[in-house]
Design a protein around this ligand. Sequence first.
Ligand code: BMA
Length: 372
Amino acid sequence: MMKKIYNFCGLVIALFFISGCAGTPQPMPVDRGASRETVNLYRNMLKLQQEGLMFGHQDDLAYGVGWVYEDGRSDVKDVCGDYPAVYGWELGHLELGVPYSLDSVHFDKIRELIRITYQRGGINTISWHLRNPLTGGTAWDVSSAAVVKSVLPGGEKHDFYLGYLDKLADFLKSLKNDQGTGIPVIFRPYHEHTGSWFWWGRNLCSAEEYKSLWRMTVEYLRDTRDLHHLLYAYSTDRFSTEEEYLERYPGDDIIDMLAFDLYDRGPGFPETLKSCAQTVSRLAAERGKIAAVSEAGGPIATQPEWWTASLLEPLRSVPLSYVLVWRNPSRGASHAPFGPHLGNPSADDFVKFYNDPHTLFQKDITGRKVYE
Ligand code: BMA
């Protein structure tokens, strides 16, 4: 009799634990073999997006207005005294096997800065404006609508393209912390595909081809090259409807973050930003995924209150992980700096943006230990 009671108690305790664990499944990235720190980053980003909006900047630590490679320097820090929480890095030209990117940043430098960011508790995201594998032109070479098809299995450039992915995988594999494990990064390839200015854009391939390109890439990096420190981000350009946003979505088993890029190109920007953000935030929440504005930028030289009026207010009430503004080229780019910098008329407003309780910078997230 006693034994039966013990057995019964054991059963109740076991059921309690099983139902407790099964009842609250923890969010998982699409890579079920993702490293512990990658899973932690994913979960912490999901939590943080309920608390505030992280600020990100492309190439922040590599160069800024009037400077290149100055240790510890950041245009954002020059203006507000703190580093961004999120850092964007660009790997275009890595596929060519050359030492520096299309934006003249050495890949060794990018690796070093990704490590510094990680050690500080910041978050790294990677974009890739890779060359056109069929024509040999740039990422912007849209002269052929056969490129995506040519790199898929059975296509004439498939093996050649795997060579590009191998160079990428080698670099990603080299992103290691002091313990020798991979530094988690958000990988955001094939972006702005709702437009038609890159070889993977809307008019250059079918929806099925685009989705297959994504699937092939994730499967190659994760399963063939055994990389388990990546979160995968899907990011469109501006869009009007949910259907348009999702038309080329590769699937919930391929994507960890739903995002979009949106630049301020004139009147109506705040309204468009808000409505795109609301849609993406809702679609991400329905899927238990992260939401972000993966690229943004505005006319900060002529609209001194752009940071608070055009960027923060539209996004304030929308749960989003981060907004990342694009780079501050030192020279020779087709656009003005999108990030704050000393002497820019918007600098005071950026300090207001920084001081607003809704925005999160490096100091706000260091204590949150996003990898733990
Ligand atoms: C674009 C511009 C280019 C740059 C490219 C990749 O938006 O900034 O100058 O080469 O991104 O970073």
